[in-house]
Structure formats: structure tokens, C-alpha cells
Ligand binder design. Structure first.
Ligand code: PRP
Ligand code: URA
Ligand code: MG
Length: 207
């Protein structure tokens, strides 16, 4: 079932403060995205299916659980790349499939420039993008992931706007959205307030 989850943990609040600060340099900004993504991925993977497996410890046999479902991470270039390694750290067996979009700042529409998908879609897909602003990029990315054949799709972001959440929910009522924060809304240029500015520029030092 679709859910919108905003993380409430004190560690998330703490790390978000440093992430939002305009004086935080790029190398710390990247670390903060990574820390926050670890916390986000822990929450977003809480309902992953597990299977029983027999394990031999040095002392005896015991039944354990492991994850056998094919999981795909779909970072939206560029900024989504900043989240990818953190999720891979928790799910090292995950596949990574890239999608490139930039938002045309005059039309606010997403422009696709890269897609690397295989013939065989994963069973579960996590779309990664730190910013869910108007929701245009997220809706288009989820369209492509679903057209590919993935049936269980979730969106992981650092900051989401209420407008973006509404747009994704309207287009994809089955997609859960996990975010470290849900902010107040968008400014006249469709930037999230209070937000953190341009995530891609802050991750890649291209301000
Ligand atoms: O919800 P939307 O209104 O579509 O906006 C969000 C998109 O904008 C940003 O990417 P940007 O276009 O800045 O590209 P970048 O990652 O290369 O910086 C962000 O990382 C999202 O992909
Ligand atoms: O606030 C915003 C909106 C779109 N993209 C960003 O990186 N930040
Ligand atoms: Mg950007």
C-alpha cells in the first residue's frame, strides 16, 4: 500500500540542519546526504520480503532470513547519484540503473538525457532523488520505471514539497514516498522552501 513517510528521528533533524546551511561546504554536504540516505533507506526497506535460509554456525544449524528479491536502485542524474552508494552499502546486491533528467528552468518540465535499463526489470525499484519539487521529474522517472516492468516502486528523497507529493500521488497512487523532510512549499522559481538550494550543484560543487 502507498505511504508518505517523513522521518522524525532526532539524528535526521540534526543532519538536516547541516545539510540546509548555505555555509556547509560541498565535501560535508555530500557526507550529510550520505548519512541521511542511510537512515532513509533503513526506513524504506523495513517491509522488504525475506526468505528462510538454513545457516550453519560454528556450533549448530539455525534458520535465518535473507533477501532474495531482485532490487533495483534508480538514481536520477545528477543529484540522485549522491544517494546511491549509501543505499548500496545497506543492499550491496542491489542493481543500479541510471536515469538522466534535468529540469528545464523556463518550462519546469523534466528533460530526459540518459536511460540505462536492461531487458529484465527488477521486482522492487527505489527511485533516488534528493529533491521532489514540482514532482515533474519524479513522475516521469516512475513512468519509465513502470513502463520497464517494475511493479513495486518507491521514491526516496531528502526533501519533498507538498506540491510534489500531491503530483506523484495523483499520477502513481501505488508509489510510496519516503523523505527526510516535507517542507513548506515552492517559491516563484519552483525551488523548495526552506529547502537547501540546488542539490546537484551542492553535491558536485558546480554553483
Ligand atoms: O520536482 P522537479 O520540479 O522536477 O525538480 C526536481 C528535480 O530538479 C533537480 O534536478 P536538476 O534539474 O537540478 O538536475 P541536476 O540533478 O543535474 O542538478 C532535482 O535533483 C530533481 O531531479
Ligand atoms: O529546491 C530545489 C528544486 C529543484 N531542484 C533542486 O535541486 N532544488
Ligand atoms: Mg540541479
Amino acid at each position: 500500500m502507498s505511504r508518505v513517510v517523513e522521518l522524525k528521528h532526532p539524528l535526521v533533524k540534526h543532519h538536516m540542519a547541516m545539510l540546509r546551511d548555505k555555509n556547509t561546504p560541498t565535501y560535508i554536504f555530500r557526507d550529510q546526504i550520505r548519512r541521511l540516505t542511510l537512515l532513509l533507506a533503513y526506513e524504506a526497506t523495513a517491509t522488504l520480503p525475506v526468505e528462510e535460509v538454513n545457516i550453519e554456525t560454528p556450533l549448530c544449524n539455525t534458520m535465518c532470513k535473507h533477501i532474495t528479491t531482485r532490487i533495483g536502485l534508480v538514481p536520477i542524474l545528477r543529484a540522485g547519484l549522491g544517494m546511491c552508494e549509501a543505499v548500496q552499502e545497506l543492499i550491496p546486491q542491489a542493481e543500479v540503473w541510471h536515469l538522466g533528467f534535468y529540469r528545464d528552468e523556463s518550462t519546469l518540465k523534466p528533460v530526459e538525457y540518459y536511460q540505462k535499463f536492461s531487458e529484465h526489470p527488477p521486482e522492487i525499484a527505489f527511485v533516488l532523488d534528493p529533491m521532489l519539487a514540482t514532482g515533474g521529474s519524479a513522475v516521469e522517472a516512475v513512468n519509465m520505471v513502470k513502463d520497464w516492468g517494475a511493479e513495486n516502486v518507491s521514491m526516496l528523497c531528502t526533501i519533498a514539497s507538498p506540491e510534489g507529493i500531491e503530483k506523484v500521488q495523483k499520477a502513481h497512487p501505488d508509489v510510496s514516498i519516503f523523505s527526510c523532510a516535507i517542507d513548506e512549499g515552492l517559491n516563484e522559481n519552483a525551488y523548495i522552501l526552506p529547502g537547501l538550494g540546488d542539490a546537484g550543484d551542492r553535491i558536485f560543487n558546480t554553483l
